[in-house]
Design a binder for this molecule. Structure first.
Ligand SMILES: C[S@@+](CC[C@H](N)C(=O)[O-])C[C@H]1O[C@@H](n2cnc3c(N)ncnc32)[C@H](O)[C@@H]1O
Length: 276
């Protein structure tokens, strides 16, 4: 692995994740032979507005059952599986984190979706796929950890077939800096590389894409985090939650995201970018 992203890899490397999720499902009284996508949703959709956003993005993407889609930075594969389930597409997920990919594979097997949904542990900056391999690309909230955004976007463009589209749902910077840390994607500033929306747009175009859709989703994000309170005392964590992915300080991270949204330090965009 490239030396200077080791700390990002270790941030996304929880111990024994799959077994902790299985234990959580047991505590919630779920029968393992009948686990559903909805049962996993509190822990496996690690992006702002969770499954609600995933379903909106699926509509926006317009992917069809004959397509093979690449999910870049797929986490433990919640939206990867949802995308395959709702569209009938074949989806390949990649993520930097071996622990997430191991969990993604095992959860996919548990849901008996392994025929159509597969995973690889690799970096988004060096995809192990030939040029023009995928009909579409799907990437939800992973650019924040990527310093060389142009390299990531060029790599995304390279593996996409001509005529294909990339659906990106990404946190960007905003008018004010710096961020309050920690946030859900970073313990401190050494792991977070946000650019303002206008600069992000320029990078997408510089990588060779044409922007077909550009929606600012900051207001929806702000509303989703409007009621998050400053944590006090011992953390009050649910049985299943994204704290399992990035640590028990998730409430402080959510609170800082709330402040960063309110103080115009971060923004949220969704975009569809085309390869001609
Ligand atoms: C906030 S999570 C989002 C995960 C997933 N897209 C979802 O919505 O549930 C960010 C993900 O990006 C991954 N990531 C960060 N940098 C990456 C890189 N250079 N290559 C591949 N994945 C990366 C992390 O391991 C993590 O799983």
């Amino acid at each position: 692995m490239v030396g200077d992203i080791k700390h990002i890899h270790s941030y996304y490397s929880p111990n024994d994740l799959y077994n902790r999720i299985i234990e959580g499902l047991g505590k919630l009284g779920k029968d393992l032979s009948g686990v559903t996508l909805d049962d996993l949703q509190p822990v496996d959709e690690f992006h702002i507005r969770g499954d609600k956003a995933t379903r909106e993005l699926i509509k926006l993407a317009g992917f069809t059952p004959d397509m093979h889609i690449l999910d870049v930075g797929c986490g433990i594969g919640g939206s990867t599986r949802r995308l395959a389930h709702e569209t009938g597409c074949r989806v390949t997920g990649i993520d930097l984190s071996d622990a997430y990919i191991d969990t993604a594979r095992r959860l996919t097997q548990l849901l008996k979706m392994q025929e159509r949904v597969t995973f690889h542990a690799t970096s988004a900056l060096a995809l192990p796929f030939a040029d023009n391999s995928f009909d579409g690309v799907w990437s939800l909230q992973m650019n924040m950890n990527v310093e060389d955004k142009l390299a990531w976007l060029r790599e995304t463009h390279r593996v996409l077939k001509p005529g294909g589209r990339a659906v990106l749902y990404e946190v960007c910077g905003n008018k004010n800096t710096p961020l309050h840390f920690p946030v859900p994607w970073a313990q401190d500033s050494s792991m977070s590389f946000l650019v303002p929306p206008a600069a992000f747009r320029e990078l997408i175009t510089a990588a060779g894409f044409e922007i077909a859709v550009w929606n600012d989703r900051t207001e929806l994000a702000r509303k989703a985090f409007a009621d998050v309170q400053k944590p006090a005392g011992k953390p009050d964590l649910p049985v299943l939650g994204v704290y399992m992915l990035v640590g028990d300080d998730i409430q402080a991270k959510a609170y800082n995201l709330h402040r960063n949204l309110e103080e115009e330090r971060v923004s949220l965009v969704e975009t569809v970018a085309l390869k001609s």
